[in-house]
Design a binder for this molecule. Sequence first.
Ligand SMILES: Cc1cc2nc3c(=O)[nH]c(=O)nc-3n(C[C@H](O)[C@H](O)[C@H](O)COP(=O)(O)O)c2cc1C
Length: 197
Amino acid sequence: MSRTLTVVGVSGSPTHPSRTTVLVDDVARSYAEAAGGVSRTIQLAPLLPELGAGPFRNSLSPIVTEALEAVEGADILVVGSPAYRATYTGLFKLFFDHIGQYALIDKPVVLTATGGSDRHALLVEHQMRPLFGFFQSLTVPLGIYASENDFADYEIRSEDLRARIDTAVARTLPLIRANIDPQARLATREFARPDAF
Ligand SMILES: Cc1cc2nc3c(=O)[nH]c(=O)nc-3n(C[C@H](O)[C@H](O)[C@H](O)COP(=O)(O)O)c2cc1C
């Protein structure tokens, strides 16, 4: 790939500061560093009033539209939400309700979440993964969940969490690369054609 690879993070926390934003930003930076690309994290909290402006995309402000387009144009997406009532926040869903139905097909998506404890860690698998299944995205097989104890003063302080992030990047970047490298994609598609067997 000759152009610079872009990693876009989306933090669905309605608060600032936010542990979720810290996590999403760290994971997005880690993927960008490992892949030689650039990262950017979009916080949804400031967009909350504007996201409720109407049901259709043409009723949204330029700042929200720019965020939606950045997500749709990313090479790799890192999404994250705090657990609210055992699932992602309404803010997270409201944002993705405005993403084009076919805009994330084949997009590599890294799933992350934070919560008050580990009790709802499976929200990554049981709530977030199906949402991106709807979008026909390529959710990577390692999600990253962190609880409040993994942070201190809104910084990652847990060696275990750091190891989980490093492992996720090391194990899934080759899969992502295989998908976003046009030659690799072509080869995969050729192989996947029924008449190729
Ligand atoms: C309205 C509300 C609901 C919450 N529900 C849950 C929950 O169901 N499970 C959980 O583990 N934590 C729950 N929490 C705790 C947050 O998920 C946790 O503090 C999270 O790390 C906050 O992320 P943030 O700092 O990015 O906002 C809830 C917090 C709030 C404010």
